[in-house]
Design a protein around this ligand. Structure first.
Ligand code: K7E
Ligand code: CUA
Length: 666
């Protein structure tokens, strides 16, 4: 693996775009890559807990998955942007609004990056943020419940990739548009020829304010930028905490065949943006109002219901007028990752097509700005001189660098897609000290706490793009794969392969001790403010309102109340509002009805969920619990009778052995 790099590097410079097509070279010593004590290091005995929660983006499944580290055990899939029939997310009436956007209901997205909330740059275990890359959105997951609590759409954006990275105290989640495009807000005409990219296409980055108490988000301001692709970003910390850094590619401003046309220049940019200054300008009224439409969806654990609001305005700052908020730094070549070390002094660019890793110095950036040490401008924005801002370059590190994480001991770990390896290097001295193969073609990598001021270290986890031959074959489609390496010593050691759902991009791991003690076990029934909650069996009932039939139903081991319902007619919409009366941990009840065109609902103790059902035929339909909740789970069932339109069957409901149906007829 070592010698081959040099000749490949030369080839790389000559045939850069093509090179990215080559899947990683396959290391020869696979069988010897795992050492004898690896199994012991990842073995978490039955009944024991993992040391870390690993929160992993799901890529094209649009969700977030939670694994234990070091075992690699899958603990949970948290539905976020995609409907999830397993628990009814996006199917229940309460959660449908969470997937609303200005385009209407969008039940899927592409989630790439996790950001765990920090206080003073350290993990605080409160929230996980994740981006939707397709229809630009950011979601916030509450780590007490592992539920998606909020989704905000990002207006004036098109492909929300460099997102949702956080400022040091989680003041903002930051989102850069991947695709520049002609602005389509109220004052713009987006109907332009695609080949007018250079004149008409724009980029933006958005600062999404986070309420420090509730976590609730709002679009605080946006910055209008030249039309390039914004790829990744990181907030500064410590001395650089007021700044944010974004990698930019396609500074060629190509609109077609980007694999060639956006690989022309030797250097693209990392953009340095002073968000504190932006805040001051916003306060001073220097922003312009932009008329937009974007959805803001919030879920309440009190009403157990999401609400969607369409917002209509943002504030946009223009660096052509506000000269001291944005600077470009040349960065070789088509940078992907843009990562800030724990001290906040060093910013690493990972040029996919570059033969070096450039490391920029925050102090030097500040000096170059103060000295106006520019090599020119790009669309009126100053471009700082490369040599003036460079701390140095890591020479011949590998091929196709993508992302860098840090261990807090002065070392950086960079993933190399093409040469399929993780390379460890010394940040001060810029010397490679170790490299290990990955199987194969690593994308992101993650060290617990790696993007914080105080990394927890111990492991690095590789998220690989190619899995071929690592697991039993399952037809054309293979599982995705992560790999766990021990980084506690000088040399990295492969410990474990574990399969993952979706296609993970970024992930963050956090000590279990920061989350587990706060985990919610059930919802208190007396605090349930759902309008159709039945807080006891006496509150259960059925009412008709026009063609809507509302069933207030309770579930408790092992029956529903009511469990017999008659008087539903063709043309009715039936809403089953199921309240789980249990007040204990780990006793969900499910609810399903034959022929419903949606999914089940899985109702947690103390919660109310609603399944809508529009019967399509006359008959008697079973309803039943889908979660094996007791020895008499199979008995947890009932029937709904559907009569023809206009029939005189009265609306009645009953439960158990009551002789007379009790009921409300309207
Ligand atoms: Cu997969 Cu962060 Cu979208 Cu790199 S990105 S790999
Ligand atoms: Cu309730 Cu099974």
């Amino acid at each position: 693996m070592k010698i081959r790099h040099i000749s490949l590097l030369i080839a790389a410079v000559l045939a850069l775009p093509l090179l990215l097509l080559i899947p990683g070279c396959k290391p020869k010593n696979i069988s010897s890559a795992v050492e004898g004590d690896a199994a012991q290091k990842v073995y978490v005995a039955p009944g024991k807990y993992d040391e870390f929660y690993n929160i992993v983006s799901g890529g094209f499944n649009g969700q977030v998955a939670v694994y234990g580290i070091p075992s690699g055990r899958l603990l949970r899939i948290v539905p976020v942007f995609s409907q999830f029939p397993e628990n009814g997310w996006g199917y229940s009436e309460e959660t449908k609004p969470m997937l609303n956007t200005s385009h209407g209901f969008v039940p899927w997205d592409d989630s790439h990056h996790i950001a765990l909330s920090t206080t003073n740059g350290e993990h605080d275990g409160r929230w996980a943020f994740v981006n939707g890359n397709n229809t630009p959105r950011i979601a916030r997951i509450n780590l007490k419940t592992f539920r998606t609590e909020e989704i905000i759409e990002i207006p004036n954006s098109s492909g929300n990739h460099s997102s949702p990275f956080l400022t040091e105290n989680s003041e903002y989640a930051v989102a850069g548009t991947r695709f520049s495009y002609p602005m389509d807000d109220g004052d713009s005409d987006p109907d332009v020829a695609i080949n007018t990219y250079k004149q008409n296409f724009k980029g933006t980055v958005s600062f999404i304010g986070i309420n420090p108490e509730s976590g609730e988000m709002k679009v605080s301001f946006q910055v209008l930028l030249p039309g390039v692709n914004f790829d990744l970003s990181r907030g500064g910390r410590g001395p650089s905490r007021d700044w944010f850094f974004f990698s930019c590619y396609n500074t060629e401003q190509a609109n077609t065949l980007l694999e060639v046309n956006a690989s022309q220049k030797d250097k693209d940019f990392i953009m340095a943006l002073n968000w504190k200054k932006c805040e001051e300008y916003v306060k001073a009224g220097k922003g312009k109002k932009s008329k937009v439409r974007y959805a803001h969806n919030v879920y309440s654990d009190k009403t157990h219901t999401g609400t969607s609001t369409i917002e209509t305005e943002t504030i946009v700052l223009d660096p052509k007028e506000l000269k001291d908020i944005v600077y470009f730094m040349p960065c070789p070549k088509s940078p992907h990752g843009c990562d800030v070390d724990p001290s906040g002094e060093y910013i690493c660019g990972s040029g996919k097509l570059a033969a070096v890793i450039p490391v920029f110095s925050f102090q030097k950036i500040q000096k170059a700005i103060a000295d106006k040490n520019y090599e020119g401008t790009f669309d009126d924005i100053p471009v700082l001189k490369y040599d003036a801002v460079l701390h140095g370059e890591v020479k011949k590190p590998g091929l196709g660098p993508l992302h860098t994480e840090f261990d807090g001991k002065g070392f950086a770990y960079t993933s190399f897609f093409v040469s399929s390896e993780i390379v460890k290097w010394n940040i001060e001295k810029l010397e490679v000290v170790d490299r290990v193969p990955t199987y194969y073609s690593i994308g992101h990598l993650s060290i617990p706490g790696g993007p914080t001021r105080k990394p927890h270290g111990k492991y690095v986890i590789a998220y690989n793009k190619i899995t071929k031959d690592r697991y039993l074959p399952t037809g054309p489609e293979l599982t995705q794969s992560a790999q766990l390496y021990d980084i506690s010593g000088d040399k990295m050691k492969l410990l474990l392969d574990f399969p993952t759902t979706g296609e993970p991009h970024y992930a963050e791991a956090i000590p279990a001790s920061l989350i587990a003690p706060k985990s919610v076990r059930f919802f208190k029934i007396e605090e349930n403010e759902h309008p159709y909650a039945a807080k006891g069996e006496k509150e259960a009932g059925v009412t008709r309102n026009g063609n809507q039939v509302h069933v207030k139903m309770t579930s408790i081991r092992s029956h529903f109340n009511p469990d017999n319902i008659e008087g539903v007619k063709m043309g009715d919409e039936v809403y089953f509002h199921v309240t789980n009366l249990e007040q204990d941990w780990d006793v969900p009840h499910g609810f399903a009805v034959k022929g419903a065109n949606n999914a089940e609902i899985l109702v947690m103790p103390g919660e109310t969920c609603t399944l809508k059902w529009v019967p399509d035929r006359v008959g008697v339909f079973p309803i039943y619990c889908t979660d094996f909740c007791s020895a008499l789970h199979q008995e947890m069932q009932g029937y709904v009778r559907v009569s023809p339109r206009g029939s005189s069957t009265p609306l009645i409901f009953s439960m158990g052995n009551k002789a007379e149906p009790t009921g409300a007829v309207k």
